[in-house]
Write a protein that binds this ligand. Structure first.
Ligand code: ZN
Length: 881
């Protein structure tokens, strides 16, 4: 394990390598515990670089067992090899040379799941960001690009399948029951995109004909017997390939595209050139075992990794500070894909919910960092929602500022200008400046300034002058390392609505640029006057969440109700309902704490029920409207002194109030939204199930007994309905025989299916209340619990720490202490996973003093433990700072 060296990497220190890598030739002699890797690397000295500079290669836990220079042994004085580096001196000044490196590695012992490891009896790799250096000594950085030839030798019976990047060259027997295969990837790539898979897997095959008429072989490899569950992933892949051609003009560039699903994986998936490796959670689906959310995730992640082929692989990052260059852009692309394939407003609502619940807390806490950071200690800790989701929002804003056509022109220029290169955010932004003629210097602050801007708005109507004056102010909060901020360029989509809900178009506007419906806030404070406004307008601001800000705008309930009823932008309708509900939830939480009875404004309840009951709206939208802000959302909005129990009690009271008022509507929806015929995962059917299950949840809130939920569980004929009913039973009626029976039935029915058993663990990990910890500890003793499997750990520990505020945050601090012990234990095997779960404590300072104290002690205990990984050390230090 890489333990902390205290080394910090700074963007300002970037410089190109002294040597240019021309070619890579790798030979793997696979063995579960002793795999021999021979790397032949051809280099030449970069023009203009120091003619005496040594070649310095990265390593991580490596042992050198052979080294040749142009096929000849090197005198020991000419090189130094340590586990984390190889330095070779006295190399030719002007001619290319070949270095041959032999290492022996142990895939079976690789529990970090970085580099070459074993999962479910197969060999697989994960090299992003710095896993390749765990395979061989190498210039392991994204700006070193080369074509790769890969030879794989392995036992034929155990590993009939030998895969790597690019196109298949050929294979043959190799004697003694072994065989070999050779692959060649002609597209120069950085080492983080290298992949190798070997083993015995089943395959689903198809083909795709590209826009220029080339036929591409498509293969998805899964465990034998699971082939039928890969059909939806294949369908999503073909739709992704088509969409990227139509929307971005991007064609696939190899003869074959492969996806391999593995059960032990630290992240969602990985875009290795021509050979994507996936967490099987994001490949396998059928109606019996996958929820609608699973289907939507599979579609989005298949698309995401496929889209990386252009945004990430053909054009890659110069250094890891530029991670958002590929991730922010590719998330934007997969969001657009899902919006086109499904419902755009519903997709947008889901994105914003996710952004607010995951990225906003990050951006306002100790782990806040710019979308394009300038310093890091452990790059694995920068695969964050800020880099991914805020990075996507920044890309979306460029599209908003430029409009669809100029954005397209900028993207075309980017693909044209930088194909085959490793570039920076500045290079990316310049393409849009050059394509549009717009100066994006101020806009670029979105990449460099951390923190969620706060925009304060207020409006006044002058009936005599027929003007509406809007005052806007912006403030970007201080974040670690950035005390003072400059005003940003904030594109706010907006509309003015008349009392009857129709749009009002001003005759002219002064004080800000307004292009179509986009208002440009560029100063710290701006006063914008809309002329020719015949009656008092209702302002709908930040339509479709055009900019990722906190908006403070005290609108009356009546104005919000009007927006909720008439806005043509359905995202804005949903936002108005949230804005109506949130003050009630916040006040309720305060009241519970004061021991006052909870109250709820009927304007909010009525508007919510009106939306739920509006047949002209799509069911998926209505389901989103019914999903109140989470307990974590309420805590964030309260902004400190968090008492999770009070928030829970308050939210339950409001849910009950909505349930009682709307019981007839919910009962009618529960009947009318039933889908008939065979299951289909399409967005419309999924929306009906979501609305029906939302209705069931409300009905259960007033039932007081699990009868109805149990009946729903018994009647369910797909995983969406089954897991929704089980969640209601477990979370609302935890200590009943009905719930115990359903949990046991579910376990027994799905005990052979790891992904479904993950749901079984997650549902129980989310049961609120102080008994949660004991339940978690008992579940960890269950035969089905598997510490080495990241999905299982995230299901149980991740759900507990991230999504069970009353259980994890119980008042005596036992939850935090328990997590600290677990983090220290996980860190010994899988630092990435440990660091990720630890980020659940990033908002500890917002807790009320007693809990905050317990949380701090637990964190300090981690901080003081010896032998921490760089990953955990980096997170715990920053969280405590
Ligand atoms: Zn990605």
């Amino acid at each position: 394990m890489r333990t902390d060296t205290g080394q910090i990497v700074n963007l300002a220190d970037y410089r190109p390598t002294d040597f240019v890598l021309e070619r890579v030739d790798l030979t793997f002699d696979l063995h579960p515990t002793e795999t021999k890797v021979e790397a032949r690397l051809i280099f030449h000295r970069r023009e203009g670089s120091d003619p005496k500079a040594p070649l310095v290669l990265d390593g991580d836990e490596l042992v050198l067992s052979g080294l040749l220079l142009d096929q000849a042994e090197l005198p020991t004085g000419q090189y130094d090899a340590t586990p984390d580096g190889l330095t070779v001196r006295d190399l030719p000044e002007s001619t290319p040379f070949e270095i041959t490196i032999t290492t022996v590695i142990n895939p079976e012992a690789n529990t970090q799941l970085m580099g070459l490891y074993r999962t479910g009896g197969i060999y697989c790799t994960q090299c992003e960001a710095e896993g390749f250096r765990r395979i061989t000594y190498f210039p392991d950085r994204p700006d070193v690009l080369a074509p790769y030839t890969v030879n794989i030798i392995a036992d034929k019976q155990a590993n009939p399948l030998l895969l790597s990047n690019g196109n298949f060259l050929g294979g043959a027997g190799y004697g003694e029951g072994r065989h070999f295969a050779a692959w060649f990837d002609p597209h120069p790539k950085p080492s983080y995109l290298f992949a190798l898979v070997a083993g015995d897997l089943g395959v689903v095959e198809d083909t795709f004909t590209t826009m220029s008429g080339r036929e591409v072989a498509l293969k998805i490899y899964v465990e034998h017997g699971k082939e039928p569950r890969a059909a939806y992933a294949m369908d999503a892949l073909k739709r992704s390939m088509k969409w990227d051609e139509e929307r971005f003009g991007r064609e696939y560039d190899l003869d074959i595209f492969m996806i391999v699903a593995v059960s032990d994986f630290n992240m969602g998936a990985m875009e290795n050139k021509g050979l994507n490796v996936f967490n099987d959670k994001y490949v396998l689906a059928d109606p019996e075992t996958a929820t609608d959310a699973d289907y939507a995730n599979i579609e989005a992640i298949i698309a995401h990794e496929y889209f990386h082929n252009w945004t990430g692989n053909r054009i890659t990052c110069r250094d890891w500070f530029q991670l958002c260059l590929k991730e922010g852009l590719t998330v934007y692309r997969d969001h657009e894909f899902s919006a086109d394939e499904r419902s755009r407003p519903v997709k947008r609502i889901a994105e914003v919910r996710h952004l607010k619940s995951e990225q906003f807390p990050e951006d306002s806490g100790p782990l806040a960092h710019p979308v394009r950071p300038t310093t890091y200690r452990e790059i694995n800790n920068f695969y964050t929602t800020t880099v991914y989701e805020k990075g996507s929002e920044v890309t979306r804003m460029i599209a908003t500022l430029l409009g669809r056509d100029l954005f397209k022109k900028g993207m075309d220029l980017y693909f044209d200008r930088h194909d085959g290169q490793a570039v920076t955010i500045e290079d990316f932004v310049r393409c849009f400046e050059d394509a549009s003629g717009r100066d994006l210097a101020q806009f670029s602050l979105w990449y460099h300034q951390a923190g969620t801007p706060l925009v304060t708005a207020s409006g006044t109507y002058d009936a005599d002058g027929k003007t509406f004056t809007l005052s806007l102010e912006q403030m970007v909060p201080a974040t670690p390392g950035q005390a003072v901020k400059k005003p940003m360029h904030i594109p706010l989509r907006m509309a003015l609505l008349a009392e009857d809900g129709t749009a009002i178009t001003p005759t002219s506007v002064s004080g800000a640029e307004l292009t179509d419906d986009v208002l440009h806030l560029t100063e710290q404070a701006q006063e914008i006057v809309f002329h020719g406004i015949p009656s008092r307008p209702v302002l709908s601001l930040n339509r479709s969440f055009s900019t990722p800000i906190n908006l403070q705008f005290n609108q009356s309930a009546a104005d919000l109700v009007l927006i909720a009823r008439y806005e043509t932008d359905h995202f804005a309708r949903w936002q108005a309902l949230i804005d109506l509900g949130l003050p009630n939830l916040l006040q309720a939480a305060r009241d519970v704490r004061q021991g006052i009875a909870v109250n709820c404004d009927s304007a909010f309840v009525d508007a919510l029920l009106a939306a739920a009951n509006d047949d002209s709206l799509e069911p998926a939208f209505r389901a989103q409207a019914l999903a109140l802000p989470s307990e974590a959302d309420i805590a964030r909005e309260l902004g400190g002194d968090t008492d999770p129990d009070a928030i829970h009690t308050a939210r339950q009271a409001i849910l009950k109030r909505v349930a009682e008022t709307g019981k007839d509507i919910f009962a009618a929806l529960y009947d009318s939204m039933k889908t008939s015929g065979p299951f289909s995962p399409d967005a419309a059917s999924a929306g009906r199930r979501a609305l029906r299950n939302a209705a069931l949840s409300y009905l259960s809130h007033m039932d007081g007994a699990p009868t109805r939920a149990k009946a729903a569980y018994d009647a369910a004929d797909n995983m969406t309905d089954l897991s929704a009913a089980l969640t209601i039973l477990a979370h609302q009626f935890p200590d009943t025989t009905e719930t115990a029976a359903a949990l046991e039935h579910f376990r027994a029915r799905f005990s052979e299916n790891a992904l479904v058993i993950d749901k079984w663990f997650a549902i129980q990990a989310g049961i609120p209340g102080p008994e949660a910890l004991g339940r978690i500890q008992r579940l960890m003793e269950a035969p089905l619990f598997k510490r080495s499997n990241p999905n299982r750990m995230r299901s149980l520990l991740g759900t507990f720490a991230f999504a069970n505020p009353t259980g994890f945050g119980r008042a005596d601090g036992a939850g935090y202490n328990f997590l600290a012990d677990e983090i220290l234990d996980i860190d010994q095997r899988n630092p990435q996973l440990a660091a990720r779960i630890l980020t659940s404590m990033r908002s500890w300072r917002l807790l009320e003093p007693v809990r905050a104290d317990h949380a701090r002690s637990a964190l300090v205990r981690i901080e003081r433990a010896g032998g921490l990984s760089t990953d955990v050390r980096d997170i715990v230090d920053r969280i405590l700072k």
